[in-house]
Design a protein around this ligand. Structure first.
Ligand SMILES: CC(C)(COP(=O)(O)OP(=O)(O)OC[C@H]1O[C@@H](n2cnc3c(N)ncnc32)[C@H](O)[C@@H]1OP(=O)(O)O)[C@@H](O)C(=O)NCCC(=O)NCCS
Length: 230
C-alpha cells in the first residue's frame, strides 16, 4: 500500500469521524470539523490516503516537480474539492498562533497502525507549520499514551509541563510537549535524517507488498512429504 498526504476536504469528514471514534473517547462532531476547515486563518487539517499504486502524476501534477518524499506531503487544493477516490487512513490538524503551531489531533486508522502513517502525518503537520510561519510546535498528550509520546519524542518534542485533569472523560493529566526551534539548523538536520529513514521504511513496505506471494496449496492437493521414500 502506498500512503500520501493531502489537505483534508469537507467530503472526508465522515471517514475522519469513523477513525476518530476508533481512536478517541471524546470525538469531535462533524460540525466542529466543518468549522475548523472553514477557518484556514487559524486551523489547518490534513489526511493520509492509501493507494494500491503510486499516485498517478496526471491526477496530482505538482508531484512531478517534487522529490520523492515530498510527493507524500501536502498538496495545496481547496478543502471543498470533489471527493477523492483514495480512502482516508489517518488525519491530523494544527491551530496557528503567532509563531507556534498547536497539534489539535492526529490519528491513524487502527488497521494501518505501525506502518509509518502516524509519522507521515506528523511530517505533514511540521511542513504545514513551517509553511504557515510557525517556528515551534506544541501539543497535549495523555500521560498514559506512550505510543503517541514515542512518536513525538522521536521528532524532538519534549515534555515541558503537565495540565492536571485535562481530559474530561477520566480526569487524566496531559503532558504538554514542545519542540525547539523548527527552523534551527540542528532541527532541520534531524528532520532530514528522520525523513530519509521514513522514506526508506515506506519504500521497503511498498516493495514487500508488491512482491508476489507464494500461492497457497490447493485444498485437496497432497501435502509434500517431509521425508523421501528412498
Ligand atoms: C499515535 C498514532 C497516531 C501513531 O500512528 P502509527 O501510524 O501507528 O505510527 P507509526 O507507524 O508511524 O510509528 C511512528 C512512531 O510511533 C511510535 N509507535 C508506533 N507504534 C508504537 C507501539 N506499538 N509501541 C510504541 N511506540 C510506537 C514509535 O516511536 C514509532 O516510531 P518507530 O517505528 O521508529 O519506533 C496512532 O497510534 C493512533 O492513531 N493512536 C490513537 C490516537 C492517538 O492517541 N493520537 C495521539 C493523540 S495525542
Amino acid at each position: 500500500m502506498y500512503f500520501f498526504i493531502e489537505a483534508m476536504r469537507e467530503s472526508d469528514i465522515p471517514r475522519v469521524q469513523e477513525i476518530e471514534r476508533q481512536s478517541f473517547s471524546t470525538p469531535w462532531s462533524a460540525a466542529t470539523y466543518l468549522r475548523e476547515l472553514r477557518s484556514p486563518e487559524y486551523a489547518r487539517y490534513i489526511v493520509a490516503r492509501a493507494s494500491r499504486t503510486r499516485v498517478p502524476l496526471d491526477t496530482y501534477p505538482q508531484a512531478a516537480r517534487r522529490t520523492w518524499l515530498n510527493t507524500l506531503l501536502p498538496f495545496r487544493h481547496a478543502t471543498t474539492a470533489p471527493a477523492s477516490p483514495y480512502p482516508v487512513v489517518g488525519y491530523g490538524g494544527i491551530w496557528l498562533s503567532v509563531d507556534e503551531a498547536h497539534i489539535t489531533t492526529i490519528a491513524s486508522a487502527p488497521e494501518v497502525r505501525g506502518r509509518g502513517v502516524g509519522e507521515l502525518l506528523l511530517n505533514g503537520l511540521i511542513d504545514l507549520a513551517l509553511e504557515c510561519g510557525a517556528s515551534f510546535m506544541t501539543l497535549e498528550v495523555r500521560v498514559s499514551n506512550q505510543v503517541a509520546q514515542n512518536l513525538y519524542l522521536k521528532y524532538g518534542f519534549e515534555a515541558r509541563g503537565v495540565r492536571r485533569r485535562y481530559y474530561t472523560d477520566n480526569n487524566e493529566d496531559a503532558l504538554i510537549m514542545w519542540t525547539g526551534d523548527l527552523r534551527s539548523a540542528e532541527y532541520q538536520a534531524r528532520l532530514r535524517q528522520l525523513r530519509m529513514a521514513l522514506a526508506e521504511r515506506l519504500k521497503r513496505q511498498e516493495q514487500a507488498e508488491a512482491e508476489p506471494q507464494p500461492a497457497p496449496p490447493a485444498p485437496d492437493a497432497p501435502s509434500s512429504p517431509s521425508t523421501t521414500q528412498a
